[in-house]
Design a protein around this ligand. Structure first.
Ligand code: PMP
Length: 339
């Protein structure tokens, strides 16, 4: 059995409950992050990739929804590192922090409500089963930022993703690509999109109703830096451009870099993984596992700093069964954990 951060304490996974009446469950009132940690065999350490950026985006997502994150960003980062240590994580791991309206009252309101944070982690490998995938352009439009904030990661927005992904799977595709209401390419159901055409790497801007992506930002930086030195343009992409691209790939924390070999039954170039996609995949792989010192500031080592950081991490008391039951009756609040 593993350990989960739930409300204000580390608890056994089996004790991390919310009520069936929870607004977070009934209305999807909350937002989340998805973070990866990579194991390096060479360095015998686990590296959380861009932890500070993920936590900052989580706090910003909450701000966009008008919720106050229950802990400051730095402390959420410390809780994540401590969670990985308590679970003795020594393999590639996915971390899922969730900030949610922790109230069991009826009605989808989110003013003057308690807000809680729960975080769990699990061993995680590839997101897609195949090395390269077949996508469709979805008949579902990407939810507009003005309807459900697409720039953030609100739980409720994932109905949009789930509808598109389900349609794609039922029709025999691996993944869906969303267009905006205006008909521009937006993103995948949980990934950003890049294409390569006439030597230019291109990706749509965040204003095309897509998440402010951390992998996307990583790729833009790595692509333009030594040794790749590719030319990158951020601009609108129309659907038909996808069909004539030299290369297309999706990327995200979960999906990493995933080559797209076909879209809407049209083969992209010769259908093989392209040179640019392969080069970017290799760079990302090296950087995430600590093989390039220039990008070491993106990595938070879990084990190297274990002693020093654990002393800094204010460890919440593990609740007794009775306290845990009481906290289920009276959902967590924005109070700081006891230290
Ligand atoms: N778009 C959506 C809708 C997502 O859920 C994700 C996964 N977080 C991404 C793009 C990729 O973003 P990131 O690289 O920050 O994980």
């Amino acid at each position: 059995m593993g350990t989960t951060w739930h409300r204000n304490a580390f608890v056994d996974d089996a004790d991390a409950h919310v009520n069936v009446r929870a607004k977070a469950l009934q209305y999807g009132l909350g937002c989340f992050a998805g973070v990866r940690a990579y194991w390096s065999d060479a360095r015998r350490d686990l590296y959380v990739f861009r932890l500070a950026d993920h936590v900052a985006r989580l706090v910003e997502s909450a701000r966009i929804l008008g919720l106050a994150a229950p802990f400051p960003a730095e402390r959420i980062g410390e809780i994540i590192l401590e969670l990985l240590r308590r679970n003795d994580c020594r393999q590639d791991t996915y971390i899922r922090p969730l900030v949610y309206v922790d109230s069991d009252e009826l009605s989808p309101t989110m003013t003057d409500v308690p807000v809680s944070l729960s975080i769990y982690c699990l061993p995680f490998g590839r997101y897609f089963a195949h090395e390269s995938i077949h996508c469709c352009v979805s008949s579902w439009r990407r939810v507009a930022d003005n309807a459900i904030p697409a720039r953030a990661k609100p739980t409720a927005a994932y109905l949009n993703s789930a509808l598109a992904r389900a349609e794609a799977k039922r029709n025999g595709f691996d993944e869906a690509i969303f267009l905006t209401e205006a008909g521009d390419v937006s993103e995948g159901s949980a990934e950003h999109l890049f294409l390569c055409r006439r030597g230019q790497l291109v990706s749509p801007p965040s204003t095309a109703d897509n998440l402010e992506g951390i992998t996307r930002r990583t790729i833009i930086e790595l692509a333009q830096a030594d040794p790749l030195e590719l030319s990158f343009t951020e601009r609108r992409i129309s659907r038909t451009e996808l069909y004539v691209a030299d290369e297309v790939f999706l990327c995200g924390t979960g999906a990493e870099v995933t080559p797209v070999s076909r879209i809407d039954h049209r083969t992209i170039a010769d259908g093989k993984v392209g040179r640019v996609t392969r080069a970017i995949t290799e760079r990302v792989h090296a950087v995430t596992r600590g093989a390039d010192e220039r990008w070491a500031h993106w990595l938070s080592p879990v084990w190297r700093d274990a002693k020093r950081s654990s002393a800094r991490v204010p460890t919440a008391a593990r609740p007794t069964r009775r306290a845990a039951a009481a906290s289920r009756r009276t959902p967590g609040t924005t109070r700081r954990a006891r230290t």
